[in-house]
Design a protein around this ligand. Structure first.
Ligand SMILES: C[S@@+](CC[C@H](N)C(=O)[O-])C[C@H]1O[C@@H](n2cnc3c(N)ncnc32)[C@H](O)[C@@H]1O
Ligand code: SF4
Ligand code: SF4
Length: 340
């Protein structure tokens, strides 16, 4: 067992090094549908799309074998709208050989049954969006009852003890005063939390950006406090450099050196490849994308999680490979507990 773990660790580290040195993507985000169960103020998506062209598990396995990412992010739209989601996860993890899979969801459809099913299929982390630590979340997501649901479900799911739930907060002008209360809510629910920065590029609405000196000062204060609490052991998922990056992004209004199309890219519901969720020009291959987009891309208009993580140094990813492996081994060995 120890030997197999070591071998696995070496394989994972080798894949990390190959993706870095061989310029393969660290992270591929699979937007498995652009339909959604919410209609959030900060997002360009919302509602159900009719006749969306969707590829199935076999195509996902084939695409993943071609791209060979270290981390698969399964997102949307709302990924839990796909009834074949467990099969998609299996295809990406087992068929495509991806070491670490994250499902990003608004949590509307998440319950004990699909949580355990998705874990069985190979999900290592559930990233669940939370914008406010109370019912203001419902208004922001235009989904009455959602906060109450999360408040009931997430502590229940956390009580299984798998330590795979991370709240996910996009910081906006509207919720910047809730940065610390949201961290406290995560601790109360026994889950982790991770932050990213609002981009106006989705909706063309600069109203949620943080730009005045007064607001920037409050943001700096909140992030300073998060860094202290993190040192003291609070379960905050962002590396320190990414938390500081959020401040820089709002201060400058942009973040240079984006690696979209290189270190990360998006697979659309129909299986086509695009550089990021905000630049949806389709490319026939990753080579074409790198040549015709990444090399000349000067956009710095967002600092979302996929960007900040894929820009971390190789050493961080190699260290995380150990973490990914431990989580995967833990998941495999875990006996799925009886449902409450
Ligand atoms: C596009 S959603 C897809 C997954 C799922 N529907 C959800 O909301 O978690 C992924 C993440 O993007 C965030 N997001 C949406 N619009 C954004 C924006 N304009 N700037 C930054 N993040 C945004 C959401 O809050 C969510 O955490
Ligand atoms: S942020 Fe997520 S939940 Fe909200 S509209 Fe966009 S895709 Fe849907
Ligand atoms: S900064 Fe990069 S990831 Fe963000 S919108 Fe621009 S090209 Fe896309």
């Amino acid at each position: 067992m120890a030997q197999r773990s070591l071998l696995g660790k070496v394989r994972l580290a080798a894949r990390g090094a190959r993706s870095y040195l061989g310029n393969r993507p660290f992270i591929v985000s699979y937007e498995v549908t652009l339909s959604c169960t919410c209609n959030c103020h900060h997002c360009d998506l919302g509602g159900v799309l009719k006749d969306e062209k969707q590829v199935g598990p076999e195509e996902y396995a084939e695409i993943t074998r071609r791209l060979k990412p270290l981390v698969a992010q399964i997102s949307g739209g709302e990924p839990l709208l796909r009834t074949d989601l467990p099969a998609i996860v299996r295809a990406i993890k087992q068929g495509g050989g991806v070491p670490h899979a994250i499902v990003v969801t608004n949590g509307v459809l998440l319950d004990e049954k699909n949580y355990l099913e998705l874990r069985e299929a190979g999900v290592d982390q559930f990233s669940i969006s939370l914008d406010f630590p109370d019912e203001r979340h419902d208004e922001f997501r235009r989904r009455p009852g959602l906060y109450r649901r999360l408040e009931q479900k997430l502590p229940q799911l956390a009580s299984f003890g798998f330590k795979d739930i991370v709240l996910n907060t996009a910081i906006t002008k509207a919720n910047m005063s809730e940065i610390l209360p949201l961290a406290e809510k995560a601790a109360e629910w026994n889950v982790a939390i991770s932050y990213s920065a609002y981009t106006p590029l989705r909706t063309n609405d600069a109203g949620y950006s943080i730009s005045t000196e007064r607001n920037l000062d409050s943001l700096r204060g909140a992030i300073r406090e998060l860094l202290i609490r993190k040192k003291e052991g609070a379960n905050i998922g962002n590396p320190d450099v990414a938390l500081r990056g959020i401040v820089s992004f709002f201060e400058q209004g942009y973040m240079p050196n984006c690696k979209a199309g290189g270190r990360f890219l998006i697979v659309m519901p129909d299986g086509s490849l695009v550089p990021c969720s905000l630049h949806r020009t389709k490319f026939a291959s990753r080579q074409d994308m790198k040549r015709d987009f990444s090399r000349t891309n000067r956009c710095g208009g967002c600092y979302v999680a996929i960007r900040s993580y894929s820009e971390l140094p190789l050493l961080w990813h190699l260290k995380s490979s150990g973490m990914y492996l431990r989580q995967t081994a833990f998941r495999r060995e875990a006996v799925v507990p009886a449902r409450p």
